[in-house]
Design a protein around this ligand. Structure first.
Ligand code: CTP
Length: 402
């Protein structure tokens, strides 16, 4: 391993997911990182020193009072290029948020001046508790990257939000943060508004006109913006997805409700991203009772009226100077030409154009797109996870925020 290998501290706090940190450690060392493992005393109940030492090729640093002459409680943090805590328990994040330093890992967190990534793992109730949420918000405000826990099977028979994100995902974040020099908090202090999902335009109490948007891309935009330090308001239209932590979620259903919520939210926004699929038309009439079929009588045609174009309205009447507005365009044909025309028509600063239809984009976990800028730029984003596309969009936004 070269002397210039990035120095990573892997903090491990005491949760059953500690065993998954072994996989993260293996990926880090195999890709040429010099890793010092700092497990808490509780973590050592789950995975022992021998495992950490064997996988990292170095002794694990467990005690503030060992090798005191080397001042490990100061040196380990000072010398690190990145600290990643995986799993980060509610207790560990509470200590970090309040600056407590009663063991080697919490000391290391106080002396580190490099990027810090927390990968939380805990039961859903603990994650959702206001105390934890406030601690997460504090850590994020200070520039730490707190990943969203994954949703799925927890310890025992429970399922919900709180699983440690997949070690491969944590590894990708670490690699990205090291490559970007920790610039992932470039949205700190910004308020961003993201719309997600698809509107539903009711015909009667049980029927609506809708679309196939799952909301995954908008939710990825919200989660990644929060991870990059932004205060995020997510306007969610009928998306059946868990709320990203640290994000204010406003639920809407129709285009008119989305417009009302958007105009309210954008008042103090630095950035507005309209990722929702908004119905262009709504039924002219709403039947208060269920529409019944009548034998032998043809159904009445459904008359439609235009919905307001929210993106165009927000673009034309910027709520504050320098507000950046981003639109999305789902196209099936002539993707780029239609995208350019739409960008001009909507008057936004950026338009993320993706090709849909034939199983592409809607409801999928990956997406490819071209980001068109009103300034003439054209950035192609290859097919990849919706989080990667979201990050690429925030890169374009951050470059323009100055
Ligand atoms: N949009 C909006 N209000 C509407 C319709 C769309 O704010 N009433 C926003 C979407 O959120 C998206 C962008 O406009 O950011 C593009 O929407 P799209 O439906 O693809 O474009 P249209 O203008 O409807 O063009 P066309 O129907 O020709 O595809």
């Amino acid at each position: 391993m070269s002397a210039s290998a990035p120095r990573v501290v892997l903090g491990v706090s005491g949760g059953i997911a500690a065993y998954k940190a072994c996989e993260l450690l293996r990926r880090l060392t195999e890709s040429g990182h010099r890793v010092t493992v700092v497990p808490t005393a509780a973590a050592m109940h789950f995975v022992g020193e021998a495992t950490w030492a064997a996988l990292s090729g170095r002794p694990a640093a467990t005690e503030t009072w060992e090798t005191v002459h080397e001042v490990p409680h100061v040196r380990i943090g000072q010398n690190a290029d990145l600290v990643v805590v995986a799993p980060a328990t509610a207790d560990l994040m509470a200590k970090a948020a309040h600056g407590l330093a009663d063991d080697l890992l919490t000391n290391t967190l106080l002396t580190a001046r490099c990027p810090v990534v927390f990968a939380p793992a805990m039961h859903t109730e603990m994650w959702e508790h206001p105390a934890t949420q406030e601690n997460v918000a504090t850590l994020r405000r200070r520039g730490a990257i707190v990943l969203e826990p994954a949703v799925g099977r927890l310890t025992g028979v429970d399922t919900g939000k709180g699983r440690l994100p997949d070690p491969s995902e944590i590894f990708e974040v670490c690699r990205r943060v090291l490559a970007r020099g920790g610039l992932d908090t470039d949205l700190a202090g910004r308020h961003v508004v993201v719309s997600a999902g698809g509107t539903r335009e009711p015909l009667d109490p049980v029927r609506f006109l809708g679309n196939l948007s799952s909301g995954k891309q908008g939710y990825a935009l919200a989660a990644t913006a929060a991870a990059r330090g932004a205060r995020v308001t997510l306007l969610s239209a009928n998306a059946e997805l868990p709320d990203p932590a640290g994000v204010d979620v406003v639920r809407v259903s129709t285009a008119l409700q989305l417009r009302e919520a958007a105009l309210k939210a954008v008042v103090d926004a630095d950035v507005v991203v309209m990722a929702a699929a908004v119905a262009d038309f709504r039924p002219a009439e709403y039947a208060t009772g269920k529409i019944k079929k009548v034998e032998g009588v043809d159904p009445a045609p459904v008359a439609l009226v235009r919905n307001p174009d929210i993106l165009a309205e927000i673009s034309a009447h910027r709520a504050r100077p320098g507000q950046l507005v981003v639109g999305f365009a789902a196209e099936t044909d002539d993707v780029l030409a239609n995208g350019r025309a739409k960008l001009a028509r909507k008057g936004c600063d950026l338009l993320v154009v993706n090709e849909v239809g034939g199983g592409k984009a809607f409801g999928q976990d990956t997406n490819a797109a071209v980001v068109l800028g009103a300034d003439g730029t054209e950035v192609t984003i290859p097919d990849g996870p919706k989080e990667s596309l979201a990050d690429a969009v925030w890169d374009e936004v951050a470059a323009r925020l100055g």
